[in-house]
Design a protein around this ligand. Structure first.
Ligand code: ADP
Length: 585
């Protein structure tokens, strides 16, 4: 986060302190100005101005800070530092790098008044210009490239708002982020370092209707509830239902170039796990560390509540910066409930009129402002880039009727409902197929039809119908038992069981099953459908259900997921299903 030192305005005086909320008098400030509070200079942001009273949310622990101490206004909004070095970094909610913080203090969470730039201002990067002297450039244009990590080339952009001009100097060489890499005839010097106010979306030409899926390699998602590149999804689920595993799977496997992971105030030790786990993860596609294309923002709940409020904005601004380079970015926020709770706490300190369950009335507006920054964009430099946002929600007690889940549902277009019962039965991923939905399904069908198979939507519909029918039949079975059902319905239940076990279940920890390409996702469905068709033919020819279900080939359906040579395996299995059933009549 930038420390704006110029243009310092008149100081104010603290009048009162209530946790993260401080009121000052005599401060000449505007909304959202960053201020330094108290003798220790704690970072805060102006969130309300009424007459002579300025209310500030402070991003650090305020105990010991008292009335009479000074407040210094920077006159600048809360910004993030953008430039090479964002990837492979771990930040707190106001973009202070955790490793720098740790080296400056004894423990990651204790000291105060420590500030650090979001990117290393001294480190040199090997800059390669992509423009020549005499070229004309405009705001947003790419003027050069540096290898940010083994995985990602960082495009150096003319900052938004620049007048542009003709390139007067552009040379390859080693530069730090504050040195000019390109000079324009206007005298403007372009550096690799940009600053951007977190609460304001970076400019783009337009948002387009997304038509490509963010392929996740997770069968239930790609097959039944796909998210688009540039789409929004919510994963609500109680503790232990698989939110973290699902988010990790998406971070690892989704076909995004860049991952921004915002760990927002889960219990302290859980976040520590993320901080420890993420750097260990490999990027399965390249073998490089996953962090080489990841920026991680980690706010534990023992960090001050206001820093939690800001962490999602810091994350999405970083995402927009890579979008501007033409990358597909996936942002995971885990969990948006903790973010909303931070809002609630600050709102109650401000003594605002509470809305539902004590959340502020603007909860839904804030959520939608955040999710609105997702999308498939035409950038101002003419490239296309996307930001997909996947927010975990942790409803207390798993009750989806609470305000954060309900407000999120009104905004996002995919709902992946995690289910504690499924998790308890070890059905993973425990995404409830009856409750979940994706509003991108039809809009993404053409892509799947062009890139995977013409039959994509047809066979999916068959699977959905079969699972729906199973849900209805299960209600009857609960009352009268399975044997009371007519034979064709018993057979439907058997087919649905294979849909659940062979298709919907997927083991994140199995080296092969962990990722399922769309063609394989489709292949598994064709095998189950084959069993269905052959089984119903056999039933029609008078073969009793127990004999049909007892064939040797049927349980082999459940092992397709773990096969590397799945195409051969499926072909052979289909032949065996047919011959073993046909031989019965
Ligand atoms: P949450 O974040 O919702 O509290 P986790 O993501 O930590 O839950 O999941 C809890 C446990 O469930 C994991 O430790 C793992 O054993 C199991 N699990 C969740 N998803 C999967 C999956 N896709 N495949 C295998 N096991 C899973």
């Amino acid at each position: 986060m930038s420390q704006a030192t110029q243009d310092v305005r008149e100081d104010g005086i603290i009048e009162s302190v209530s946790g993260p909320v401080v009121q000052a008098v005599d401060l000449d400030a505007r909304m959202n100005d960053v201020v330094y509070v108290g003798d220790e200079g704690l970072m805060g942001e102006v969130i309300e101005i009424e007459g002579d009273i300025t209310t500030i949310q402070v991003y650090e622990e305020t105990s010991g800070v008292g009335p009479g101490e000074p407040v210094e206004n920077t006159g600048e909004p809360l910004t993030v530092d953008l430039g090479p070095g964002l990837l492979d970094s771990i930040y707190d909610g106001v973009q202070r790098p955790l490793d720098v913080l740790e080296s400056k203090m004894n423990s990651a969470f204790l000291d105060r008044g420590v500030d650090a730039p979001g990117i290393d201002l001294e480190k040199e990067w090997a800059f390669e210009p992509t423009v020549e002297v005499g070229d004309e450039v405009e705001s947003g244009d790419v003027v050069g490239v540096v290898e940010e990590t083994v995985s990602i080339d960082h495009k150096v952009l003319v900052p938004p708002g620049s007048e542009g001009g003709v390139v007067e100097a552009a040379e390859a060489g080693d530069f730090n982020v504050e040195e000019a890499v390109v000079t324009l005839d206007s005298g403007e010097e372009i550096t690799m370092h940009q600053e951007w106010p977190v609460r304001q979306a970076r400019p783009s030409v337009e948002k387009q209707t997304p038509t490509e899926p963010l392929v996740s390699g997770q069968r239930i998602l790609d097959g039944l509830f796909p998210i688009a590149k540039g789409g929004t999804a919510a994963i609500p689920g109680p503790f232990g239902s698989g939110k973290t595993v699902t988010q990790h799977q998406l971070a690892k496997w989704a076909d995004a170039d860049i991952v921004v992971y915002v760990g927002c105030g889960e219990r302290g030790n859980e976040m520590t796990e993320v901080i420890e786990d993420f750097p260990e993860l490999d990027d399965p596609k390249t073998g490089n560390p996953l962090m080489a294309r990841t920026s991680l923002i980690a706010n534990t709940s023992n960090m001050p509540v206001a820093a939690r409020e800001s962490c999602v904005y810091t994350g999405i601004t970083i995402a927009e910066f890579y979008r501007d380079m033409g990358y597909d970015v996936a942002l995971m926020a885990d969990s948006t409930s903790r973010w909303a709770e931070a809002m609630r706490e600050i709102s109650s300190r401000l003594e605002e009129m509470p809305g539902e369950e004590g959340y502020p009335a603007y909860l839904s507006a804030r959520l939608s402002q955040f999710y609105e920054r997702a999308g498939y964009f035409e950038n101002i430099n003419g490239t296309e880039g996307s930001i997909s946002v996947i927010g975990a929600v942790s409803p207390p007690g798993g009750d989806f009727s609470e305000p954060v889940t309900q407000n999120t549902l009104r905004i996002v277009k995919c709902f992946w409902a995690l289910d504690a019962d499924l998790a308890e039965r070890r059905h993973f991923p425990s995404i409830n197929w009856n409750e979940s939905y994706s509003l991108y399904r039809e809009q993404l069908d053409p892509w799947f039809q062009d890139n995977v198979t013409d039959e994509w939507s047809e066979i999916r519909q068959w699977a959905v119908d079969t699972l729906d029918e199973e849900a209805e039949l299960q209600e009857i079975v609960q009352l009268v038992g399975k044997d009371a059902l007519p034979e064709d319905q018993q057979l439907t239940l058997e087919v649905a069981r294979y849909l659940r076990e062979a298709y919907l279940q997927q083991n994140a920890f199995h080296p092969t099953d962990t990722y399922c390409e769309p063609a394989k996702t489709y292949g598994i469905l064709t095998a189950i459908k084959k069993f269905n068709d052959e089984a119903f033919d056999a039933l029609g020819a008078g073969v009793p259900v127990p004999e049909i279900t007892a064939i040797e080939a049927a349980p082999r359906l459940n092992r397709i997921g773990v096969q590397e040579d799945w195409e051969e395996y499926i072909e052979e299995l289909k032949d065996d299903l047919a011959s073993q059933l046909r031989e019965k009549y």
